[in-house]
Every structure is written in C-alpha cells, then in structure tokens.
Design a protein around this ligand. Structure first.
Ligand code: FAD
Length: 827
C-alpha cells in the first residue's frame, strides 16, 4: 500500500507515525511545502515573547529524525499543486528547483491546515505588517523586533492568538493596541464573560478598541498609519494581523472533492472525503458539531492529533473507528487570567434559535479559608427541558483547566446539569472545595430547572422598563453605600422578613447581592411569602457591573498616561517614592479568596479596630476590590495610600483617617475646593459656558467634574461614531437628537441652525477655541467628564458614541464629587 500525506505538522505527522506503527511494510511519503515538520505552532507566540527561549525547542521532530524513526520519506519544500483523482496521482512542485513531478498513491491523506485571513485592505502588504501561522512568520516577526526595536504594535483581531500575541509583545516591552471589530474580545465567550477579560486587559495597560475595524494602512514617515472605521488614525511601528483563519482547501476544491458552506472539506465519520481513496483531517475539514448538529470547522491542535490516530486506523484496518466530532474545547492564557470554553456559547445558541438557559456563578479555585484561593467565574448553558449541558465558559486564575475538561467531557457524553451536581472530584483544601465549582454550577442550574429559583440576566435589566422592575439589593448597608444598581432599594437579607410590606406585588422583583448567593436566599424568602414574580440577578452585581461598564479603553497612550475613563488602571499607578509608612507599623490582613464584598468588609472591620493614623495592608484577589477600595476610602474619610496589583493579587495600603474629618465635610459641604457642574442642556451657548467655566476652574487648580445628563449627553458625542445596536426608542431618540457637538443649536436666535454657524464663525474670527477643542483641553487638564448612566439608558445613548475619555457614572459618582466641592453649577 502506498500512502501520500499532504502536510507534515499536527494532523499529517500524527497520521504518518500511527500508520507506520500499524503497518511496517507500506510506503509512506509526507509532502510539506515548508521547511519544517511536526513543530509546535501553539508555542510560536511564546517564542516571540521569550518565554520559550530556545528556538530548537519548537521542533518536536526534524524531517531527518522523523524519517529515520518511522522509516518514511519526508519531502520538505515540496508542494502538492494538484490531485488527479482519475489517475490516482498528485502533481508536486519542488520549491527549491522549481521542477514538477507526479507521484502516485493508493490512498491520499490531506492535512494542509488553514491559512490566515488577509483582507484586501489598502496598504496591507507594506513593511512591518505580519501574520503568524508558521515558523518563517515567527522568524520574520522576531527579527523585526530585534532589528527595528518597535515601541508600539497594533494587533488586529482579539481572538485567542491575537491576545496571546498581545501578551507576548507586551512582555517584550512594546506598547500594545488591539483593534477588534466585534463588541468583545474572544468571540467563543459570551459578552459578560469577555467583559472580565476586558477588565483584566485594562489592568495590564493594554489599549483596545472594540466595535472598530481597520479600513486601511499607509506609510507615515518611518511608521505605519492604521486608519480605523471611525476615521481615526493610529501611528505604529508594527502590525500583527490575527483576524482569523480559513481552511486551505483549494487543492480539494480543484480536484472536485465535496466542500461545505464553511469552505472546509466534507468528510464522513471515518474521515473519508467524497472520494473513498482520499481522507482528510485537521483545520481543513468541516464536521458535524455534536451540540448544534451543524457542520463546523475546529481550528484546534487536539482534535487534529486525535483524528490522525483514528484516520490511520481506518486506513490500515478498514473503516472501523468513528470520529464523534469536536466540542471546540479551548483554553488560553491572557496575562494572569486563564480563559476557557467548551461547547456552544449562549450567544451562538441564541443566534441558532436553540432553546437554552444560561447561568453564571462566581466562585473560588479552592476553599476560601486555605491561602491562595483565586476568583473563578463560570457560565453554563443548558436545555430548558431536560437540562442537557450545551456549553461552558470559565474565566479565572487557577484550576480553570481541570474544570473546563470536566465540562467538556460532560458535553461530549450528553450529560445534564443534574449529572454535574454529582460529578465526583478529588478534594483537599489547597485544590478545591467539598463542592467543586463544577458541582455548584450544576446545583444552581438544577434550582433553575426545578423552579426553586428564577434568574434575570444583567442585559434584561436595561431591556425592561424600570417601572416594571423592583430592584432589591439584599447586601448590607455598608456594601450598598459603595454603589449599587441605579434605582435599587436596599433591604439587607437578615432584615428582609421584617420589611416584606415594603415590597410591591405588582412588579418583577429582581433580587441581587454581590454574586448571587445571598440573593438566592432572599428569593426563597419572597417566593415562600406569596410574591409571584421573583428573580435572582444571574452572576449578581459582579456580572452586572463588569458587563455594563464601558469596555474599551482607547486613547490610553495618547498622552502617555492612562485614560481618565479607566478607574481600574488609574489605581495601579504606583507612588514612585514609595508609601511613607514604616514597615513595622503596618498591620497585614489577608482577604484573598474572599468574594466581593468580603475584602471591603474585612477592611472595614480591621480599620474599625485601629487608631487614627495607623495603617493596614490588605491583600485581596477579587478584581472589583481595585475600584471598591478607592471608593470606600473616599466615602469613609480614610486615606488610600497605594493600591497595586501583581498577578491576581491586589494590595492596598490604607491609613485610618480622623473620624470627625469626613463627617464635618459632609455637614457643611463647603470645605472642599473642587468644582462640579451639571450639563443638562445641549444648547451650544450653554455647552460653551460649561466648558469655559470648567477650564477656568481647572486652570486655577480646582479638580473639576462635569456630569452630563439628559440632553447634555449630546455635547460629548463624537462626530464619527461606530455603529451601535439600539432598541426602537434608542433609534428614535438618536434620529431626533443632535448627532454630535458639531450639530448643536443656540438657545436663542438659532434661526434653523444659522445662529450657531454665525456663533462658530465669530468665535473663529476672535480666535476663541471651538467647543470641540475646549472639550479636549478640559480632558487634557484632568477635568472629569462623567456621562449619566441612567440618562444614557433612558435615551438609548451608548458609551461608544462619546468622544474618548468619558467616564460613565451614576448619581453616586456625582454626589461623591460634590462633597468635595465649593462650586456647584447646573447648566
Ligand atoms: P497544520 O498543523 O497547520 O499543518 C498544515 C501543514 O500543511 C502546513 O505546514 C503547511 O505548510 C502544509 N501544506 C499546506 N498545503 C500544502 C501543500 N499543498 N503541499 C504541501 N504541504 C502543504 N491549537 C490549539 O489547540 N491550542 C493552541 O494553543 C493553539 N495555538 C496556536 C497558535 C498559533 C500561532 C497557531 C498558528 C495555531 C495554533 N493552534 C492552536 C491551532 C493548531 O496549531 C492547528 O489547529 C493545528 O496545527 C491544525 O493541524 P493541521 O494538520 O490541520 O494543520
């Protein structure tokens, strides 16, 4: 028997090795158009970043060692250019000599992989723009970094490989900007899970644009100008395109083999193509997805390797082994996070109209009382009728891999969420909890299916009219003070039974706490007390806050400082002189492993025991603590000396303040020196007045906050806005309101827009800055521009519509600022 194999990496090399182990006598020839076979393409980003220091370590085998070990012929730099199915031979081009020759086969195996998508954008072929697929690509990027010393890179596409490249280039000391066309990174994840990744990227000083495409590349002196769909241009030194891949199936198509809608080669369960003598595997095939039943392509090394073994068995022993398809189980390291998914996301299930329920939990990698427990968020999707598991996603810091593998196996075996509750796992405190996060995910889902609890998603809160909902926050008063959902009412869980008469019967009651645990108890109390429509907010405030905040952080490098909209990163700015605290005088507290609000409560309890001026150093792993500790210190009048993050660990140094100081300032409200302005109007003249006063106040050393509410939101809208999804009312408001600051009218003598044009002209003649420059000046001078979340919701305005640098906040944010101000204006 004579076997020819096209492609000598994951699928091809595995097939060849198994073939020889089963059949010592056959003739086997591998054709590989590149110079290398059987190399670790998954390791390429880590070699570029330096984590894998030896280039040789990338090569599992050389053509020589592989050929000798398995007694087969490896023809590198030989490309198969066509297949003659009638004659059962292939035409091969020797890329060194340029000559072509034919080679006959009894059976042909196709494993040519996938090729990077490279759209025909203007300027895409210029120097400094790379894709990453193989070793020569890697060598080119590595050499470029070593010789050209780029300071900044634009990574186009935020899939698994794009993010791995972002991390590795960041590790090389290069500033990284990611441009992503979707509204989120890592599309196999649902938005709310990707939001956790966004939050983490911000803490790592990675700039990223969402809902933004690249429209062209051009030369800018020695640099590359990347023009975005918003018409904005970013200058950079290096571009990595990781937009995606597509199956390299042209050989098969040209030979008349059946290909599918995805462009992949259609194979049966024995991995046989429409020609019984030709088999195919790896990135080039499409196969029925075991969850959706539709044909999909899996671009993963694991399935390619496993298919190689099955395929070789079928070649030698006849078609006996069936391939059951892949559930696309994938995992990636994104800085300190591990992000993994298996099965199908809730988003895709929705798009495919597959009935499903989603459920999110936030838990820990192991028992909270054992040191080093780290947060882990899990989202699962399952069928509403019998609870069959359809998909799982995990974002965490430790132990994500073993959990995703359990979910993957459950999906493969068509198990249900009831099965998840019983999965037996190894447990000791350093590794897990008596109920593993996988069990907990199953138990929550079981409660949903059995009607013990009903859930409401973070998205449904904005989709429903606030008049129909009663948002019930069952956290403690201290926690509620730190911020809640706009319009929520606080009744601490332990007091709930005493206040049942304050809860309406004619509304949907959305109960929430930090992560959903206390809310579940609250729901049970209400449901058993005669309330009909009671829901637990899935994933609690943690999911709501993470998913509903502004996700991207564009422009953080514009002035070489971190964007004002990015509270999380601002917190990481270290006091370079170091905190002025004697080390021996610091009380250390470990709040690692505690979920929100655990760390803040522990901090409060500790600070309550201290004397004024004493310092506590608290370590926590809950990501929200970064923001919370700042807000808590502000509200309570304690001093946040420093907050830093290293890996998953957040460390805050807090000095106890004088108990009276904060109260006094609250009482008269006049001992601050800051200025706060409310911009309610979108009249051009009033907007100008707002910014003239704000810039003047900032210049005189005041800290200024402008809160934009209702029509005032139109003042900070950018001119070239990305496309954003809106509901009907949002679209109607959008049509009726000014599109950007350029379209504002005057409050008097507007004369159908003529007045505002005249005003702008007069301002230009008199060399007064236009409104747009005033806004930028304000931002440059550190004026905080806060858009009112509630007004945005009401009017259907999205964060992406604003100019860069706008924070989103609720009334609490504004009130916090007014406490420190002696100038408050409503315009
Ligand atoms: P490949 O391994 O790509 O091999 C195809 C080979 O065929 C190529 O070498 C090509 O030169 C050759 N070829 C094509 N056409 C011809 C022809 N006409 N004649 C001769 N030779 C030909 N997967 C994971 O599961 N986890 C990861 O962490 C991961 N990381 C990755 C990181 C990077 C940077 C890349 C590029 C991929 C990564 N993958 C990862 C994907 C994984 O590498 C692929 O899914 C897997 O290699 C597919 O195997 P394959 O045999 O189908 O194709």
């Amino acid at each position: 028997m004579k076997y020819l194999i096209v492609g000598g990496v994951a699928g091809g090399a595995t097939t060849a090795a198994r073939l020889r182990r089963l059949d010592e006598k056959s003739e086997i020839i591998i054709f590989e158009r590149g110079e290398y076979i059987s190399y670790a393409n998954c390791g390429l980003p880590y070699y570029i970043g330096g984590t894998i220091s030896e280039r040789d370590n990338l090569f599992v085998q050389t053509p020589e060692t592989f050929g000798t070990r398995f007694n087969l012929e490896v023809r590198i730099l030989n490309e198969v250019v066509s297949i003659n199915r009638a004659e059962k031979n292939v035409l091969v081009k020797d890329l060194r000599s340029g000559e072509t020759y034919t080679e006959s086969y009894d059976r042909l195996v196709l494993s040519p992989g996938a090729e990077p998508v490279k759209p025909p954008l203007p300027g895409i072929n210029q120097k400094g723009i790379f894709t990453l697929r193989n070793v020569p690509d890697t060598d080119r990027i590595k050499q470029f970094i070593e010789t050209e010393h780029p300071r900044h890179v634009v990574v186009v596409g935020a899939g698994f490989i794009g993010l791995e490249m972002a991390e590795n280039l960041h590790q090389c000391g290069i500033k990284v900007t990611i441009i992503e066309m979707a509204e989120q990174v890592m599309t196999p994840l649902d938005y709310s899970m990707a939001a956790l990744v966004h939050q983490h990227l911000k803490t790592k000083n990675i700039e990223f644009y969402l809902n933004t495409a690249v429209s062209s590349f051009s030369k800018a002196a020695e640099r590359i100008a990347v023009t975005l769909s918003s018409s904005k241009t970013i200058e950079t030194d290096l571009v990595i395109l990781s937009i995606g891949v597509k199956p390299d199936s042209h050989l098969a198509k040209d030979a008349g083999l059946q290909t599918g809608k995805t462009g992949g080669i259609v194979v049966n369960e024995f991995l046989q193509t429409s020609d019984t003598d030709i088999y195919a595997l790896g990135d080039v095939i499409e196969f029925e997805n075991p969850v959706t039943g539709t044909r999909m392509i899996t671009y993963l090394a694991g399935p390619a390797n496993k298919q190689g073994r099955i395929l070789a068995d079928n070649l030698v022993k006849g078609n006996r082994k069936k391939y059951r398809g892949s559930t696309n189980t994938a995992i990636a390291k994104v800085f300190d996070l591990t992000v993994a998914s298996t099965g199908v996301s809730g988003k895709l299930l929705g798009e495919m109209n597959i009935p499903h329920i989603d459920s999110t939990i936030h838990t820990s990698s192991h028992a909270g009382y054992y040191p080093g427990a780290l947060p882990m968020s899990i989202k699962i999707s399952f069928t509403p009728d019998n609870g069959r598991l359809l998909g799982a996603q995990i974002v965490g810091f430790a132990g994500v891999d073993k959990r995703i593998d359990l979910f993957a196996e459950a999906i493969r075996e068509k198990s249900t969420v009831y099965d998840l509750t019983e999965i037996e796992h190894a447990y000791a405190p350093p590794y897990s909890s008596a109920k593993d996060p996988v069990n907990i995910a199953g138990m929550v889902a079981e409660n949903i299916l059995e009607g013990v609890t009903r859930t409401f998603s973070w998205r449904e809160i904005s989709e429903n009219s606030s008049e129909d909902l009663f948002l019930l926050d069952v956290r403690t008063r201290d926690e509620f003070q730190l911020g809640s959902i706009e319009g929520a009412v606080n009744i601490p869980l332990d007091e709930l039974r005493l206040h049942l008469d304050e809860i309406p019967h004619n509304k949907k009651i959305i109960v929430f706490c930090g992560v959903g645990l206390r809310a579940h108890v609250g729901c049970r109390i209400l449901m058993q007390s005669g309330f009909a429509e009671v829901y637990n907010l899935s994933g609690g405030l943690k999911t709501f806050e993470t998913a509903s905040q502004k996700q991207s952080n564009e422009d953080i490098f514009a002035h070489d400082y971190i964007g004002k909209d990015d509270l999380i990163y601002q917190g990481t700015q270290k006091n370079t002189a170091g905190p002025s605290v004697e080390p021996g005088k610091i009380l250390d507290v470990d709040a690692c492993g505690l979920q929100c609000p655990g760390p803040v409560l522990k901090l409060k309890q500790t600070v309550d025991q201290l004397k004024t001026g004493e310092v506590v150093r608290i370590k926590a792993t809950d990501a929200g603590f970064f923001k919370d500790v700042k807000a808590w210190a502000n509200i309570t009048g304690n001093e946040l000396i420093e907050v830093t993050s290293e890996g998953a660990e957040i460390t805050a140094l807090v000095r106890k303040g004088k108990p009276s100081a904060h109260k006094d300032s609250q009482k008269d409200g006049r001992n601050g020196s800051d200025a706060t302005l409310i911009c309610f109007s979108d009249d051009l003249d009033k907007a100008l007045a707002t910014f003239i006063i704000a810039n003047g106040a900032a210049a005189s050393g005041k800290k200024v906050t402008i809160f934009f509410t209702f029509w005032g939101l139109n003042v900070i809208k950018r001119q070239h806005k990305p496309a954003v999804k809106k509901d009907l009312f949002g679209k109607m408001f959008g049509m009726m309101m000014p599109q950007s600051s350029k379209n504002l009218g005057l409050s008097k003598m507007n004369m159908a827009g003529l007045g505002s044009k005249m005003m702008r002209k007069v301002m230009k003649n008199k060399q007064v800055d236009p409104l747009e420059s005033m806004i930028q000046t304000a931002l440059d001078n550190g004026v905080e521009l806060v858009a009112c979340q509630m007004s945005m919701d009401v009017m259907g305005v999205k964060a992406e519509e604003f100019v860069d640098g706008i924070q989103i906040g609720g009334v609490a944010t504004y009130l916090e600022q007014t406490e420190k101000a002696n100038l408050n204006l409503f315009i």
